[in-house]
Design a protein around this ligand. Sequence first.
Ligand SMILES: [Zn+2]
Length: 231
Amino acid sequence: MSLKHAVIRTADFFLPRLCAGCDRKLLPHYNIICPECSNSLALMHPSVLKTYYEELFSDWYCREFFSLYLFTDDSPVRNIIHKLKYSGQRNTGPWLGSLLKKRIAEISPDFKADIIVPTPIHNVKKIERGYNQSMEIARAFTERGDVLVSDDLIKKLRQTESQTHKNFEERRKNIRNTFGITKRGLELIPDKNILIVDDVITTGATTRELISVLSEAGAASVSVATVAVTE
Ligand SMILES: [Zn+2]
C-alpha cells in the first residue's frame, strides 16, 4: 500500500468518504465516485451533442458546443452536481472539469481557447455557497499555462427569477441585461477565443445571453462546454 493510500485509509476510518454519485462508502483507491457509478455514467454521443447544439445554439455565435452527460433523474450525474452546488463538495468541480477537458480533446482535437469564462453567478449566491461551481469546474483548464481562466471578466449584475414556469418570451426578458463586462474584460476579451464553462444547461437562455455579451465585447469566437444538459 502506498503512503498516499495509507493516509487516505486512516482518514477514511475517522471520516468516511462517500461516493458523490450514490453516497456509498468509497474505497481508498477510488476518487470522487465508485466504479459502479463510473460505469453507469454514459458519455454523450457526438451525434446527440450535435442535436443539442442545433436546438440550443445554432442561431447564435456559438462556434462549438461540448457536454459530457445527459442530466436525467436516474443518472449519478444529478447527485454529483448536487454535491458540488448544494453540499459544499468543492473537489467534484475540478474532477468534472478534467473529464470535460479530456472529452473536448477527444471530440475536437484542434479546439483551442485563449480564455475560459465560468458562467457567472450573482455575488449573493457566491457568498451563500462559498464559491462559483462553474469556476471550480473551470479550474481544471488552468493546467496549461497558456490558457487564462478568469471569473472577473464578466459579472452577473442581478439575480434572475427562476426560469422554470416561464415561456420563451418571458425567459428572454427575464435574462436580458443580466451580465456586464468588467473593465478587465473589455481589455482582454477582444479578438480572443472564449470557452464558457458551465455545470448544467437547461433552457440555454443564460448561456445565449452570455454568448451575445461576449460577442459584443469583441470576442473572436465563443464556444460552450458544460458538464451536463437536461433532457
Ligand atoms: Zn457510487
